[in-house]
Design a binder for this molecule. Structure first.
Ligand code: NAD
Ligand code: DAU
Length: 336
């Protein structure tokens, strides 16, 4: 199988590429990544010499490049992860989210249509459903009601993917997963940011009252779900992934501090995120039933393991935080 992964130098993409190369010995992986601030070739440095792996530096919104790549590499399936992925950045500056997440997805779908790829998995998010109240779960039938420019751009790209299925017969599958955590997550997202700040005795910025709820899933469980969707998903269908691990942000921050032996006095309640979704929770029954998929990690143990990974890989995140991300951090948290 010749597989194109987009965004393979990011958090989920790099975990996925490593998993595919280890567990699907007959597959060849081409990774198309633009190397934005979030893309880090170091995440896959251990695969650089693998003869079944090729990295291509490029933009998913570059039509001629994408078309040529699909033809030249005889791509049979696409796992599309490339995206601008951070909600707070989409609030500071939305345009690139439309360019990459909406237009980039359309360009890729068009190339997939022209070259006749056998499967196109569009990797989306539960954020397209908007916010839940205290009760209930997101199912695949929950109406789309995105709150941020990020989630609106993902909802737009989901609908484009499904439309390319209905109109042109492109065999698309859309996946919507809850919040991921694990190794190689960029230290702007809640869990790695809190770990990195705590390790440096910096304030831990908690938005609003800290009682917003996210439904956490380990990145390996998500990646196994994506492979299941690729291999067993029905064309034109949507599959939710989640691990039934609802936690309040504040409880997670406290757990991180406890694991690191740091005081709760590091917590700073800061101005809330505009349009901040209160609660996410996933009903993953369809994926369990149709894809024979189930998450394997338990949250508290896997969080402890994740904390240990960040402690052991301090140079990895320190290099990232000392670069251009410094400017973003000052813009995002400077006035709070
Ligand atoms: P990430 O920000 O860590 O990585 C994104 C990758 O895409 C980077 O390597 C970046 O360089 C690349 N990229 C960005 N723009 C590109 C472009 N125009 N062309 C080619 N490459 C480009 O993101 P992530 O957290 O790994 O998320 C991956 C995907 O999974 C995204 O589509 C996201 O919406 C989705 N998702 C993420 C989560 C989560 O909790 N992180 C949950 C559900 C779904
Ligand atoms: O649900 C899936 C989504 O999860 C993905 O689609 C996104 O790509 C991914 O970034 C993530 O979005 P969130 O907005 O839920 O994740 P984030 O880590 O930014 O924030 C998690 C929660 O923590 C949220 O309620 C906001 C809060 N938070 C976040 C940051 C960065 C804080 O309180 N302080 C912070 O500094």
């Amino acid at each position: 199988m010749n597989l194109l992964v987009t965004g393979g130098c990011g958090f989920i993409g790099s975990n996925l590429v490593r998993m595919v190369l280890a567990e699907r010995p007959g597959w060849r992986v081409v990774n198309l990544d633009k190397l934005t601030y979030a893309g880090n070739p170091e995440n896959l440095a251990d695969q650089a010499a693998n003869p079944r792996y090729r990295f291509v530096h490029g933009d998913v919104a570059d039509g001629p490049l994408v078309g040529e790549l699909l033809r030249q590499e005889r791509i049979e399936a696409v796992l599309h992860l490339a995206a601008e992925s951070h909600v707070d950045r989409s609030i500071l500056s939305a345009a690139v989210f439309i360019e990459t997440n909406v237009r980039g997805t359309q360009v890729l779908l068009e190339a997939a249509r022209e070259t006749g790829v056998g499967r196109f998995v569009h990797v989306s998010t539960d954020e397209v459903y908007g916010s839940l109240g205290p009760e209930g779960l997101f199912t695949e039938e929950t109406p789309l009601d995105p709150s941020s420019p990020y989630s609106a751009s993902k909802a737009g790209s989901d609908l484009l993917a499904l439309a390319y299925g209905r109109t042109f017969g492109v065999p698309v599958v859309v996946t919507r997963c809850s919040n991921n955590y694990g190794p190689y997550q960029f230290p702007e997202k809640l869990i790695p940011l809190m770990i990195a700040n705590a390790l440096r005795d910096l304030p831990l910025p908690v938005y609003g009252d800290g009682l917003n709820v996210r439904d956490w899933i380990h990145v390996e469980d998500h990646c196994r779900g994506l492979l299941a969707a690729l291999e067993r998903g029905r064309a034109g269908e949507v599959y939710n992934f989640g691990a039934a691990s609802e936690r309040r942000n504040l409880d997670i921050v406290r757990q991180v501090l406890e694991r690191l032996g740091k005081p709760e006095s590091l917590i700073r309640f800061v101005t809330d995120r505009p349009g901040h979704d209160r609660r996410y929770a996933i009903d993953a029954a369809k994926a369990r039933r149709e894809l024979s998929w189930a998450p394997a990690h338990r949250f508290e143990e896997a969080l402890a393991e994740t904390v240990r990974w960040y402690v052991a890989h301090r140079p990895w995140w320190e290099r990232i935080l000392s670069g251009a991300s410094r400017d973003y951090y000052d813009r995002q948290y400077g006035g709070r």
